[in-house]
Structures are given as structure tokens and as C-alpha cells.
Design a protein around this ligand. Structure first.
Ligand SMILES: C[S@@+](CC[C@H](N)C(=O)[O-])C[C@H]1O[C@@H](n2cnc3c(N)ncnc32)[C@H](O)[C@@H]1O
Length: 255
């Protein structure tokens, strides 16, 4: 009987390969078989040994080139066939990454696995745009929410609890629903002048950061036409802390 392999669910971070954990970098460098998503940065994929087998299960918003249950089955089948698999996922596997479902499928099939955390887009993009997600006296908490609904239902977020002026909101997959997000938050009482940043392709050499307000967001988004992946940061920290000087210092340090 073939020995079963094991699976490492590895967070590949937001794009910059220098933001990988040491364990992720070691597992990638030693990989024989890598299963990866579309969000995994090119520079991270360049670290995979050239002779390793690569399986692209390339997910995109609203379109999964391989449905999640087939990805789960693929990981199980590969491991049961004796392969050690490095499953690379953008950001952190357990934050809007469906890593929990993959872990459950592996556990149910008796496949040994480990989870290697990654820097999630909220932390990576905010750092690289010079926006502290919490700041004493400005924002005492931060919430990570998704603007995407699996079945295209209307967003049914708890607007009253989200419309807290002392909480920073980070919205993953929020570009398509930005207008509804802004409307929901405004309707629940958050001020129209609440600052918003949109960070496109954060931590990569192509990063762009745009600034708006809840009231201006819909019109600004139409003008910016952001490319994926993009993340929204909503809250006073965007204006109070992201001073122009800080923005340029962060920019220079990254050169
Ligand atoms: C399916 S979620 C995956 C999140 C991932 N597991 C994480 O922890 O960052 C994909 C969303 O994350 C955000 N995202 C991921 N990487 C990003 C990046 N480099 N720049 C901006 N947004 C990013 C975008 O909102 C994108 O639509």
C-alpha cells in the first residue's frame, strides 16, 4: 500500500515574497507538488523549484475555475496517492480563504496536515499604505468583513454594528459592492465624510492607493476602475494617521 502524503495549507501572504513566514518559504523551496490559487503572487510562485509539479486551481471572484469541493477532493486524492502537497493560498489560509473547508476535508479523510499562517491582505496592504488599522484615540477596534456573497444574495451585513466611527472596517472582495456598502453604512448613521482608502494589488510593485469618502466612493470607484485584488479600508485612521509625509516615507522605504 502507498504511504499517504501530508498536506501543508500555507499562507502565501499578500504578494511580496519577503512577507512570507520562514516556514512558508522553507516549505515552498522544498516542494515537490504545489496546488495554488490565482491570488498567490508571481514572485512567490517563482520560489517553487522548477521541477516541482504545479496545479493551478485559479480562483477568481465570482468564478472558480475548480469548485471548492473538487479542490478538497484533489488535495485528499493527491495525499492518499502518497504525495506531499504544498497548498498555497493568498494571504492567510483561514481568513476568507476557505482554508477551514480544506482542513475539514483533509481531517475527514484522515490525511495529516498542517496550517502555516500568512500575512492577511488587511495587515499587508495597510502597512504598505501607511495606515495603522488601530490607533489610540482614533480607532479602538478593527473588523474584517467580506463584500462578497457566495450566492449573489444582497449584502446582509449587520450595518448597525458596523457603523461604528471608532472601528476600522476592512472589506475584502468589496469592489463590486462598494456602492451598497457605502449606502448601508450611511443608512446606519456613519458620517458621509468618513474616509476610505482603496488599496489595489497591495505590497506588489504595482500597488496603487486611492482615497475617498463614503459619500464620494461610488463616483470615485467608477473613475478609478480598480484592478483585482483590491481592498477597502474605511474609518478615521485613513485620514487621521495617513499623513502625506508618512505616505511618501513608506513609499521611499519600499524602493
Ligand atoms: C478570497 S479573499 C482571500 C483573502 C486572503 N486569504 C487573505 O488572508 O488575504 C480575496 C480578497 O482579498 C483581498 N486581497 C488579497 N490580496 C490582496 C492584495 N495584495 N491587495 C489588495 N487586496 C488583496 C481582495 O479584497 C481580494 O478580493
Amino acid at each position: 500500500m502507498t504511504n499517504r502524503g501530508k498536506v501543508a495549507l500555507v499562507g502565501a501572504g499578500p504578494g511580496d515574497p519577503e512577507l512570507l513566514t520562514l516556514r512558508a518559504a522553507r516549505l515552498i523551496a522544498g516542494a515537490r507538488l504545489v496546488v495554488f490559487d490565482r491570488l498567490v503572487g508571481e514572485a512567490v510562485l517563482d520560489m517553487v523549484p522548477p521541477d516541482a509539479m504545479r496545479v493551478d486551481v485559479g480562483k477568481q471572484t465570482g468564478r472558480h475555475s475548480l469548485p471548492q469541493d473538487e479542490i478538497n477532493r484533489l488535495l485528499v486524492d493527491l495525499a492518499l496517492a502518497g504525495h506531499d502537497v504544498v497548498r498555497l493560498k493568498g494571504g492567510d489560509p483561514f481568513i476568507f480563504g476557505r482554508g477551514g473547508e480544506e482542513a475539514q476535508a483533509l481531517a475527514a479523510a484522515g490525511v495529516p496536515f498542517e496550517v502555516v499562517p500568512g500575512i492577511t491582505a488587511a495587515a499587508g496592504c495597510a502597512a504598505s499604505a501607511g495606515i495603522p488599522l488601530t490607533q489610540r484615540g482614533v480607532a479602538e477596534s478593527v473588523r474584517l468583513v467580506t463584500g462578497h456573497r457566495m450566492d449573489d444574495r444582497d449584502l446582509d451585513l449587520d450595518w448597525t454594528s458596523l457603523a461604528d466611527p471608532r472601528c476600522t472596517l476592512v472589506v475584502y472582495m468589496g469592489v463590486a459592492s462598494a456602492e451598497r456598502l457605502a449606502g448601508g453604512l450611511r443608512g446606519a448613521g456613519l458620517a458621509g465624510e468618513t474616509p476610505v482608502a482603496l488599496i489595489e494589488r497591495g505590497t506588489t510593485p504595482y500597488q496603487r492607493t486611492f482615497y475617498s469618502t463614503l459619500d464620494g466612493l461610488a463616483a470615485d470607484m467608477a473613475a478609478w476602475r480598480p484592478q483585482p485584488p483590491s481592498l477597502l479600508v474605511i474609518g478615521q485612521v485613513v485620514a487621521h494617521v495617513t499623513l502625506p509625509q508618512l505616505r511618501s516615507l513608506v513609499h521611499e522605504a519600499a524602493q
